[in-house]
Design a binder for this molecule. Structure first.
Ligand code: GLU
Length: 388
């Protein structure tokens, strides 16, 4: 059994769909939760959050705190009236504000006897196998030593989260990186709302999965859900649940929101991901989320069905065409004729060889390529199905 679950005295929740026992939590707080109505970091809000985080650590949870707000803090330090628009100015503001933010957190957490460490990451770091493992090792060491990792994007070298999502995706990647039991996305809305004619009608307490329909609701197509940045929250929730980590989207300004979610109270929106409940093994997780693909293999309808519905490997006979430049062992997308990615996997052949054996039965491979052959282009063990 995983060590982190061996603590049997751990508080139990009874909210349906929430894991009965949780220990490792990734808590992501968006800039908007942390600032006042003039966009300046709000010390009261920072105190309320750090009090809650310290409380969770004292109750035995492992907390990883993903915090935005560096730019907001930097803009205030610089005495600027508003958030700049050009990227170098935003990056400079982040460089200044990150230190300010960390100081605020440190001052507050120290009062509770907690310690923190700064972790600055980029998507590219997590996409690189070695750096990915280093990041994981560092965060794990911090957790073992009861140090709270405070994570932000390294905005000086990357701008993914400045442009999109306010650290939502980064938080999902971190949750996956360290096998979190729950990802909490704290925002300024009480969760996901169904809206009608632009009016919020009801909170959605629970979702099993994120589907295309869910995403289009968040983008306000047809009847819709409140959007306030919900698109990126749902996309990051989708990543997390596919890797086996359920997600709660809740209001970071609600009184004692963290404790209440963990105690099983019906607040916010819980996304259980029951459809993806099996946790992906580390290698499959790597295939599914972190590594960049180097090309695509387009498959016919029969092969698509065999992969999606029957759990089969990809055989040469089902391949229609290839794209990109890749060698044997590379990660490729497996796509249907209309371009939809249904799976990702490590290919046994390089592109040129796939082109020579595509459409052929596996028994013909030795005649085309000589002795060296695998029956499959992508073996099922090296594949993760991605399609909804
Ligand atoms: N990493 C950025 C920050 O902490 C992302 C949030 C944003 O775009 O405001 O400020």
């Amino acid at each position: 059994m995983d060590q982190k679950h061996s603590n049997s005295t751990f508080p139990k929740t009874n909210r349906n769909g929430l894991p009965a026992r949780m220990k490792r939590l990734v808590i992501k707080v968006g800039s908007r939760v942390l600032v006042d109505n003039r966009g300046r970091p709000d010390p009261r809000q920072i105190t309320r959050l750090t009090d809650q985080i310290a409380d969770l650590q004292q109750r035995g949870y492992e907390v990883i705190f993903v915090s935005s707000g560096a730019i907001a803090a930097g803009v205030q330090s610089l005495g600027w009236k508003q958030r700049p628009v050009n990227l170098p100015d935003l990056q400079m503001a982040a460089a200044i504000g990150q230190g300010v933010l960390l100081n605020h957190y440190s001052e507050q957490l120290v009062r509770h006897g907690c310690r923190l460490g700064q972790v600055l990451l980029t998507h590219a770091d997590l996409n690189d196998r070695i750096r990915h493992l280093n990041a994981r090792n560092t965060i794990m060491a911090m957790l073992r030593n009861r140090i709270i990792p405070v994570v932000n994007e390294n905005d000086v070298v990357a701008v993914d989260e400045i442009r999109f999502g306010d650290n939502d995706l980064l938080a999902a990647m971190v949750a996956t990186l360290i096998d979190a039991d729950l990802l909490l996305l704290l925002t300024t809305s009480d969760g996901l709302y169904r809206t009608e004619k632009g009016k919020m009608v009801e909170r959605i307490p629970i979702l099993d999965d994120i589907t295309d329909e869910t995403l289009s609701m968040a983008q306000g197509k047809g009847s819709s859900w409140s959007s306030g940045g919900m698109g990126s929250k749902l996309q990051s929730a989708e990543r997390a649940i596919r890797a086996g980590t359920p997600v709660v989207i809740a209001n970071g300004r609600q009184e004692q929101v963290l404790r209440r979610v963990l105690d099983g109270e019906d607040i916010g929106t819980l996304i259980t991901g029951t459809a993806h409940q099996q946790k992906l093994r580390a290698r499959k997780k790597w295939i599914a989320f972190f590594h960049r693909t180097q090309g695509s293999v387009y498959v016919d309808e029969g092969a698509g069905r065999a992969i999606l519905e029957e759990g089969h490997s990809l055989l040469p006979v089902g391949v229609e065409r290839t794209e990109g430049r890749f060698r044997a062992g590379a990660l490729v997308k497996i796509r249907t004729a209309d371009g939809k990615t249904i799976a990702r996997g490590l290919t046994a052949y390089d592109r040129e060889d796939i082109e020579r054996i595509k459409g052929r039965r596996s028994v013909d491979i030795p005649f085309v390529l000589g002795e060296r052959h695998f029956v499959e282009v992508v073996h099922r063990d090296n594949m993760v199905v991605m399609a909804r």
